[in-house]
Write a protein that binds this ligand. Structure first.
Ligand code: SF4
Length: 434
């Protein structure tokens, strides 16, 4: 069946008045047992870090701030990496094993698992590894960023760094829970979620690719919108890998291919302040850049394999293969599937994203009350990413907010201990004295 043209999609959408069709697609996801285990371990380790921290500074406050507001999306981006159920190991556990083995100068070429037999120690390699591990990118983010890490950095880089280095008490945050539920409800409107057990990192990424392939096919064949689509890439070829989840892709009534990000407001039907909206704008611009680079064929297979340390010839598990076959894909190895996914983006009739929308809903009635159209500024985004990535590479020291954004410090969890803030206050005092 020939894929419909943009015009035919518009007609379909007009006749449906842009309401959701009842035909549902499927999205694959690993179930949450490993995630729960990871969370328990994380909380236990935070608890022990806390005791040390209390001894050191004697004070810790936690409030709803930029960090907690952003963490909903950040969690979803992290959740986009399905857990590995069969082995009981997360993708991160496997990364860790690999890094330990590599730092000893010995990694098996045969499997993704770390080997225990060290045959030689390459000092140069060990030094290189140590230097790499000192980079914030590797120290805190295992070599790749979420889009929401970059938006949190845009808010305050120093605050983001504190969230990695200083333990905080997890607090019940009702607006976040409601926001997550609203996202889930939207997602379930358009597809069913099918849990899939995976036994390797390649399996986990295969699920991500399958969701992307199905999403692209759906849009090409006239599905009005796709939601929660994984996205990744190396924006502008800057050497840093970024992953994210696009809330929605759809065709607008004017026939524009549109990317939409949902944000919910807890207390009133008002738009957030300008600084917050700028953050949202940055987020959708990064999504567009990642998506367009895939459509233009700029993201190469080798780049993905290198950054995420995936094996080209790794055989996928029987369960994953079964789901691939149901989608008409006969690939057996991860590399073959990756080729198909990249070709699908490049050679289907998928256009680059025409417009970017932030849609704001009120949590009180779950209804949308405003939308912001964001203009894409490639030069601004390019220069911002240069600046942010230089921190992750360890090329510069961490920065806090500028003096005109000092108001952000009032609601910051770390304002009592923030070195950047103290330094800036001291500078002001000195200036006033002279
Ligand atoms: S106190 Fe201000 S500068 Fe320091 S981390 Fe918080 S927001 Fe950033």
């Amino acid at each position: 069946m020939a894929s419909p043209t943009k015009r035919s999609r518009n007609s379909a959408n007009e006749s449906h008045g842009w309401t959701m069709r009842q035909v549902k697609s499927t999205q694959f996801s690993a179930s949450s047992s490993q995630k729960t285990r990871d969370m328990k371990v994380k909380n236990a380790s935070q608890q022990s870090n806390l005791e040390t921290f209390f001894k050191k500074c004697g004070k810790l406050t936690v409030s709803e701030d930029q960090r907690t507001r952003e963490s909903d999306k950040s969690n979803r981006e992290d959740e986009s990496k399905p857990e590995l159920q069969n082995t009981g190991k997360s993708e991160r556990d496997i990364d860790n094993s690999m890094q330990i083995a590599e730092s000893a100068g010995c990694v098996s070429d045969e499997t993704n698992k770390a080997t225990s037999s060290v045959t030689f120690i390459d000092n140069e390699k060990v030094r290189h590894r140590e230097k790499k591990e000192e980079m914030p990118l590797w120290k805190f983010k295992w070599g790749r960023l979420c889009v929401t890490d970059i938006t949190a950095q845009h808010w305050c880089e120093q605050q983001l760094l504190y969230t990695f280095t200083i333990p905080t008490v997890p607090v019940e945050n009702i607006p976040m829970t409601v926001g997550s539920s609203m996202h889930l409800a939207r997602e379930l409107e358009v597809h069913d979620v099918v849990p899939v057990s995976v036994s390797s990192k390649e399996d986990a990424w295969a699920i991500k690719l399958l969701n992307m392939i199905d999403g692209v096919s759906g849009i090409s064949f006239g599905v009005p919108c796709i939601r929660e689509m994984p996205i990744f890439g190396e924006p502008y070829g800057k050497g840093i890998f970024v992953v994210g989840v696009i809330d929605e892709l759809r065709y607008s009534e004017k026939g524009e291919f549109q990317l939409c990000e949902f944000k919910s407001r807890a207390s009133s039907r008002t738009l957030p302040r300008k600084a917050q909206r700028k953050n949202h704008a940055l987020q959708v611009m990064i999504y567009k850049q990642l998506f367009d680079e895939l459509v233009k064929g700029l993201l190469k297979k080798e780049t993905i394999l290198r950054h995420v340390k995936l094996k080209d010839n790794k055989l996928l598990s029987e369960e994953v293969l079964m789901h691939l076959r149901k989608s008409g894909i006969t690939s057996k190895t991860f590399g073959e599937l990756l080729d198909i996914a990249l070709l699908k983006f490049q050679f289907s009739d998928l256009p680059c994203i025409d417009s970017l929308i932030i849609e704001y809903s009120f949590q009180g009635d779950c209804k949308s009350f405003a939308s912001d159209k964001v203009g894409f500024d490639a030069d601004w985004l390019n220069s911002r990413l240069d600046h942010y990535f230089s921190f992750w590479r360890g090329d510069r020291e961490v920065e806090g907010v500028d003096i005109e954004d000092a108001w952000k410090c009032h609601s910051c969890d770390f304002s009592d201990i923030c070195e950047w803030k103290k330094e800036k206050e001291q500078e002001c005092l000195t200036k006033n004295k002279t």
